[in-house]
Design a protein around this ligand. Sequence first.
Ligand SMILES: NC(=O)C1=CN([C@@H]2O[C@H](COP(=O)(O)OP(=O)(O)OC[C@H]3O[C@@H](n4cnc5c(N)ncnc54)[C@H](OP(=O)(O)O)[C@@H]3O)[C@@H](O)[C@H]2O)C=CC1
Ligand SMILES: CC(=O)N[C@@H](CCC(=O)OP(=O)(O)O)C(=O)O
Length: 337
Amino acid sequence: MTVRVGILGATGYTALELLKILVRHPEVEVTALTTRQEDRPHLSAIHPQFHKVLDLHLENWGPQEVAQRCDCVFGCLPHAASASVIPEFLEAGLKVVDLSADYRLNDPAVYTQWYGGEHPDAERMKTTVYGLPELFREGIAEAQLVANPGCYPTGVSLALAPLLKNGLIRADGIIADCKSGVSGAGRTPKLGTLYPECNESFSAYGVGTHRHMPEIEQNLTVYSGKQASVIFTPHLVPMDRGILSTCYALPDQDASEKELLALLEETYASEPFVRVRSDLPATKHVSGTNFCDITVRRVKDRVLTISAIDNLIKGASGAAVQNFNLMYGFAETTALL
Ligand SMILES: NC(=O)C1=CN([C@@H]2O[C@H](COP(=O)(O)OP(=O)(O)OC[C@H]3O[C@@H](n4cnc5c(N)ncnc54)[C@H](OP(=O)(O)O)[C@@H]3O)[C@@H](O)[C@H]2O)C=CC1
Ligand SMILES: CC(=O)N[C@@H](CCC(=O)OP(=O)(O)O)C(=O)O
């Protein structure tokens, strides 16, 4: 079976990583790439990596033109822009994996509080399946629309959720201290991601206000059944890619480091993309892969988790293909290992 795939927002970084994976996918033919540019740029002019690999032009197509050529689309658009077009693809019968934040939260009021403005498709967001298979596999295979998780919430939730659910850490007082490479901010130019602004500099941003805080809390709360409260602080690190998340939690039971590690190992024993390890994860160990590496430590009166992902792969495009594989009944690891 060949699935005809389109990518919306094909000039960006997540689209680039998606294409690198999809050209290796035996069941996929890429048939549409969109941009707002009017001059039909060739793919190799936008992403020179595909010179003599994929002979396609990017087109300023709307949903109807894309829907005629595709069975499934990956949405690589900014939030709000995404939800303004996705309903048309769903009405045309296509499957959609949305990499934006538009369908991740399940409460429209929380969306309005953190993203501003009314959600353009509020009823649908309440019931959209959240595509983090290791924690919420149920429903992905049958879903027409899957909300791909945020990059920071992926690393943090995979590390903390099993410990919380099993009563090993408390739901209150959690701190998630996270560092991201600059590609996390996308390819669209911004002052803060210009080379002289971010090179040789390490800075916090979005302190107390970052929109991934409610997404992390939602994941932990839904998975564990306990109302989680998290202080999330992201930092920008002068590297291309990768996220390292160090999380601090109060123990709920006096479990040893060995017991904490054993719980994580047991939880993820059959998960191909989560590697629980006793040594310390690093972004370099997962760069270019769909792995999330996790460890856990007891330090004084705290439990610490440390996890590493590639923001563009397990934090975005790799996870999107993992969801796509589940939605079409392909082996979950297809094109990803
Ligand atoms: N970068 C990352 O690590 C991660 C990103 N994400 C999310 O994935 C999505 C894509 O991210 P990323 O690829 O990094 O972003 P980029 O900025 O690299 O690319 C986004 C693309 O969307 C198009 N676009 C921008 N604004 C609009 C608009 N108003 N209407 C329609 N199209 C628009 C642009 O294409 P053009 O100008 O050619 O029209 C642009 O190339 C975002 O929602 C992002 O938040 C999620 C997880 C991780
Ligand atoms: C370094 C950097 O800027 N990272 C981005 C990551 C967000 C992202 O891409 O996720 P969404 O899909 O939820 O927007 C940020 O903090 O906004």
